[in-house]
Design a protein around this ligand. Sequence first.
Ligand code: NAP
Length: 259
Amino acid sequence: MSVPAFSFDLSGRVALVTGASSGLGRRFATLLAASGAKVVIGARRVELLTELADEIAASGGEALAVTLDVTDEASIIAAYDAAATRFGPVDTVIANAGLNVAGSAMGLNVDDFDRMVSVNLRGVFLTVREGARRMVAAGARERGNGRVTIISSITAHQPAAGIAPYAATKAAVAQMGRSLAKDWAGKGINVNVLCPGYVATEMNEAIWDQPAGAALLAGFARPRVMDEDALDALILFLSSDASRFMTGSVVTLDDGQTL
Ligand SMILES: NC(=O)c1ccc[n+]([C@@H]2O[C@H](COP(=O)([O-])OP(=O)(O)OC[C@H]3O[C@@H](n4cnc5c(N)ncnc54)[C@H](OP(=O)(O)O)[C@@H]3O)[C@@H](O)[C@H]2O)c1
């Protein structure tokens, strides 16, 4: 991974990144570790996480791979427990795990609908709720150091064909994030929502060569997908002490894709 030209000091922080086995989550975890945070990386494909933990360690960082299914509350609690045992309490959460089953709404299997709600909405709620409980128990109110970043999407506010349930879950977590920010403002926990435009990852790599993907691309103000480093600065900022006055924000970073 190329090293960013800017830096944030995250030493002393313990971060949990969900969906860290691929794509954006993998990058976020690598970046946080390179900035000094101890990082707990969670997802279902544990072999990919173990590889990533080894890579982070080889670069001088610290990471713990945990098997995590965000649809299963016990698995989330176990991940926070493992984090606390190895590194101490988590003070930074990136709720990134997500799932999209694209296709015609009329043909969508209801089980796929339920899976998207379960991972993208319920899973985010369970992840950040457990994180917040532990931040408060560890003194976030006094220290003001709790940081929660929810990964939503431009589809939270930009309609697109073939992704209605996904878009609905992303709109829901954006509003949930703002409401949680209000709930937790007095508890020393900042909650912000990041709505990225399309970044080249595993989730979307297959679509750009197909007619619908090509049409989507052609409609962007700049007909391109963002590079993998597009969100680096914002993720580090939102995870750092520098963002202490930022909570309840829903930030779009999309290269103008929604213009
Ligand atoms: N790429 C983009 O252009 C883009 C744009 C806007 C928003 N986003 C959002 O960014 C996030 C990451 O997406 P991505 O593009 O990086 O896709 P990705 O490469 O498919 O990554 C999704 C991650 O979520 C994990 N995951 C899925 N179900 C899970 C579950 N039940 N429990 C725990 N982890 C689970 C996957 O790991 P396992 O399969 O190993 O569990 C994987 O690590 C998603 O929330 C997505 O909606 C992406």
